[in-house]
Design a protein around this ligand. Structure first.
Ligand code: FAD
Length: 216
């Protein structure tokens, strides 16, 4: 299932394997465990929600585990064997091959821009590696056609899409303003919610000495 199919389910599955521990994976895992479904997340990278501040990602992982979500990280999914009432997911961790069986498998990875209904090729709008190409003013190669949000690829998050949309509209209205990716906020709608803006602690450290403040 993808996220649309999960939201369209008429009955709760007894168990789910969530492939991918990014934003969508953790949000749905938390929702499904709260509804009484057994949940296993399988993530290829060493930790959940890649790109998020490590300390916060670790807290989120602990929170998920504390509520009963089984989190497997550093694990690469190799295949899914489908039977009528259950599915077995095979994954490897290092040299070891493991399996986990669940009623449903929820694939959260591999989202990509979808402009299939827009017939952009007919007007010659340039696209590369599955995303519409825009300049720093969010304008495509065809004057008067602008694009913003998921269709231009990159980080596909809601507040980034809004910021790009605002930038495009400002330029359409005649202001000359380049899109700035320096301080776009992002949110993950888990409990607790995770919000961030600007550099992560790890990235800031690469730029010199920093002070870290913690507020309960
Ligand atoms: C399950 C899930 C969970 C997510 N969780 C988060 C999260 O926690 N935090 C976060 O920041 N982001 C999250 N995202 C990502 C976020 O939803 C997207 O990045 C954001 O919605 C992108 O906005 P957009 O305006 O570019 O595209 P969309 O929100 O997809 O809007 C595009 C709109 O255009 C319409 N459309 C398409 N084709 C046509 C056409 N031919 N004519 C007219 N209309 C058309 C579509 O119906 C749609 O309404 C999540 C995404 C998913 C799928």
């Amino acid at each position: 299932m993808d996220s649309n199919q999960v939201l369209a389910m008429k009955a709760l599955p007894k168990s789910v394997v969530v492939i991918g521990g990014g934003v969508i994976g953790v949000e749905f895992a938390q929702f499904l465990i709260a509804m009484g479904t057994e949940v296993t997340i399988i993530e290829m990278l060493p930790g959940l929600v890649p790109g998020v501040d490590k300390e916060i990602a670790t807290l989120l992982q602990k929170q998920l585990s504390a509520t009963g979500v089984k989190v497997v990280t550093g694990a690469a999914v190799k295949g899914i064997a489908h039977k009528k009432t259950e599915n077995t997911v095979t994954y490897t961790i290092g040299n070891k091959t493991e399996t986990v069986t669940a009623e449903k498998v929820f694939l959260t990875v591999g989202r990509k821009p979808d402009f299939s209904l827009l017939s952009i090729d007919k007007v010659g709008v340039q696209h590369e590696r599955g995303a519409i190409v825009v300049n720093e003013f969010m304008e495509t190669n065809i004057p008067g056609i602008w694009a913003a949000g998921d269709v231009v690829g990159g980080i596909m998050l809601a507040h980034l899409a809004s910021a790009e949309g605002e930038c495009a509209v400002k330029n359409i209205l005649g202001h000359r303003e380049a899109m700035s990716y320096r301080a776009v906020p992002s949110c993950i709608y888990t409990t607790p919610e995770v919000a961030s803006v600007g550099l992560t602690e790890e990235k800031a450290k690469e730029q010199g000495d920093i002070q870290v403040g913690r507020f309960p």
